[in-house]
Design a binder for this molecule. Structure first.
Ligand SMILES: Cc1cc2nc3c(=O)[nH]c(=O)nc-3n(C[C@H](O)[C@H](O)[C@H](O)COP(=O)(O)OP(=O)(O)OC[C@H]3O[C@@H](n4cnc5c(N)ncnc54)[C@H](O)[C@@H]3O)c2cc1C
Ligand code: FES
Length: 268
């Protein structure tokens, strides 16, 4: 784990329009490229960093989106009225920001797996793009299912490794299949050896309820995005109940086996 002053290399606003999520508005999606060699060297897919966002008391957690040489990328939703993400989105090239990481335990691919199925709900593409990048480098076959509200929220294909298979579902049908990303699963589940997902907690709860049928009982890891306090195992603000007892998302996770989490106890 490193506490560094990272240099902003570039910021990009991804195409797409404002939309509502969890009762609030996301004004846009931003891609931030940060030079921080110490973190870039150590980061593994599914791990995250925390960033001190201006005057906010608590640092904000963000998944490592991909790594390129000395740089890491962060892909994030900018919430209207969200103090941290609004501050972060207004950084400019050459600004310095305080970053701590890499943190947590990321995804782990089973030795016998060859075909990986990645399921991204909305901004859940953030950690999965890094997993896809590493998996392709290590000769796994990768299929990515991606879901969003509309075509404006679909992640640009040119930013993904060219050899992965992709399929898209949008709730208004403006790109790909009309519906939710989980509606795509039946078409792709048979060829998958292991499943990795990042998306809203309600999606995981549904996936767990149907894991025998929809996921055919295949091993599935999910990345939990809970509201965090310290991000480093001190405040117990991120505790979840699992079959193995209480776990801290920031240090034991954020990646867990889908069937280990006691979803009904999370108050979703
Ligand atoms: C391990 C982890 C990895 C994450 N990775 C990403 C990522 O790669 N990209 C990304 O866009 N977001 C990610 N998040 C969520 C991100 O941390 C929050 O969106 C951000 O902290 C909001 O800050 P804010 O001050 O702008 O908004 P706030 O005003 O604090 O909140 C805005 C909205 O976000 C919700 N929220 C606040 N904090 C979190 C949180 N920690 N997790 C989930 N929802 C939250 C609030 O309930 C509210 O609806 C991640 C969260 C965790 C725990
Ligand atoms: S956020 Fe403080 S213990 Fe996890």
């Amino acid at each position: 784990m490193n506490q560094v002053k990272a240099t902003v290399v570039a910021t990009t606003v991804l195409p797409g329009s404002r939309y509502r999520s969890q009762g609030r508005t996301i004004s846009h999606i931003s891609l931030l490229l940060l030079k921080c060699p110490e973190i870039a060297r150590e980061a593994k897919p599914g791990q995250f960093v925390t960033i001190k966002c201006g005057e906010t008391l608590l640092p904000r957690p963000f998944s490592v989106h991909w790594v390129q040489g000395d740089n890491i990328a962060i892909l994030f939703s900018v919430w209207e009225g969200g103090q941290g993400t609004t501050w972060l989105a207004s950084r400019k090239a050459k600004d310095k920001i305080d970053v701590l990481g890499p943190l947590g335990n990321g995804f782990s691919i089973m030795p016998e797996a060859k075909n990986l199925l990645l399921i991204a709900g909305g901004i859940g593409i953030a950690p999965l793009a890094f997993l896809a990048q590493k998996a392709i480098e290590n000769n796994y076959r990768v299929t990515l299912l991606e879901g969003g509200h509309s075509s404006g929220q679909v992640y640009p294909k040119n930013l993904l490794p060219p050899v992965i298979n992709t399929a898209v579902a949008t709730e208004n049908g403006s790109a790909g299949k009309k519906g939710r990303v989980t509606d795509l699963i039946p078409e792709y589940i048979n060829g998958a050896d292991q499943i990795f997902s990042c998306g809203p907690m309600s999606m995981y709860k549904d996936m767990c309820r149907q894991s025998g049928t929809l996921l055919k009982g295949k091993p599935t890891q999910v990345s939990l995005e809970v509201v965090m306090g310290c991000g480093r195992g001190i405040c117990y603000g991120c505790t979840v109940k699992t079959k193995q007892g209480l776990k801290e998302v920031c240090t034991d996770g954020p990646v867990f086996e889908l069937n280990d989490v006691l979803w009904d106890e999370l108050g979703l």
